[in-house]
Design a binder for this molecule. Structure first.
Ligand SMILES: [Zn+2]
Length: 208
C-alpha cells in the first residue's frame, strides 16, 4: 500500500490517499477541500476510487466530499456518533469557519471495532470521542498505520472547545484505544507532522 498526503484548505488539513498498487484501487481519508485537484490526482495516476472515509465531521475535513461522491459514486463512511454533527452546518463549523454550509449523511455508519474492507485494504474503526462525539481513528494492523484525525497529534491532542467536545473524554479515548497500539505504529494525523505511537506514549505532554 502507498499513502499520499495532500494538505488542503485554509487550515492545512491533511487528506490521505491510500493506494492499493496491485489493483490501482484507492480510498480517501478526509477529502478536506479542492475536489477538482483530488480528481486530477486520481486521474493522473489512473486510480479507481472505492470509498471516502471520514475521521469526523468538521468543515475543514469534508469540503470536497459531496463533489467526489457525485463524480465517482462511491460510499462515504463515518462513525455513527457523528450523524448529528455532520448534518448540522453550525455544529460542524462549515458555516462559521468557511461561510459555506455543508450538511452530509454517510452512506455507511460505522460502529466501534468494525472492520472496513474496501479497495483490498482493511481498516479497523476505533471510536475515539472527545474532539467530537463521533470522532474515530482508522487502524491498519498489517501495515502498522493509524489515521488519527483531530484526536491525536504529534506532542498534542485535538481541541475540545467546539460543540460536543470534551477533554476528559478525549484523553480517555486516547489512553484506552490508541496508546495500547504497538510502539512502531505510524500516526497520520489530520494536521501537522506525522508521529508514532511509541513517541506519543513517551513524550506527549498530555500523557507523561
Ligand atoms: Zn476537527
Amino acid at each position: 500500500m502507498q499513502i499520499q498526503c495532500y494538505t488542503l484548505g485554509s487550515v492545512g488539513t491533511h487528506c490521505y490517499l491510500l493506494i492499493q498498487e496491485e489493483t490501482g484501487e484507492a480510498l480517501l481519508v478526509d477529502p478536506a477541500d479542492r475536489g477538482e485537484f483530488l480528481e486530477e490526482k486520481l486521474t493522473q495516476q489512473n486510480l479507481t476510487l472505492k470509498g471516502i472515509l471520514l475521521t469526523h465531521g468538521h468543515g475543514d475535513h469534508i469540503m470536497a466530499v459531496s463533489r467526489l461522491r457525485e463524480t465517482y459514486q462511491v460510499p462515504v463512511l463515518a462513525h455513527q456518533g457523528e450523524q448529528e454533527l455532520l448534518a448540522d452546518p453550525e455544529q460542524n463549523l462549515s458555516q462559521a469557519l468557511f461561510g459555506c454550509p455543508v450538511s452530509l449523511a454517510a452512506d455507511r455508519w460505522l460502529g466501534d471495532g468494525e472492520l472496513v474492507e474496501l479497495a483490498g485494504l482493511c481498516l479497523r474503526v476505533l471510536h475515539t470521542p472527545g474532539h467530537t462525539p463521533g470522532s474515530c481513528c482508522y487502524y491498519m494492523e498489517k501495515e502498522g498505520v493509524l489515521f488519527s484525525g483531530d484526536t491525536l497529534f504529534c506532542a498534542s491532542v485535538g481541541r475540545t472547545d467546539f460543540p460536543g467536545g470534551s477533554m476528559s473524554t478525549l484523553l480517555h479515548s486516547i489512553r484506552e484505544k490508541l496508546l495500547p497500539l504497538p510502539d512502531e505504529t505510524k500516526v497520520y494525523p489530520g494536521h501537522a507532522e506525522l508521529t508514532a505511537i511509541g513517541e506519543e506514549r513517551r513524550y506527549n505532554p498530555y500523557f507523561r
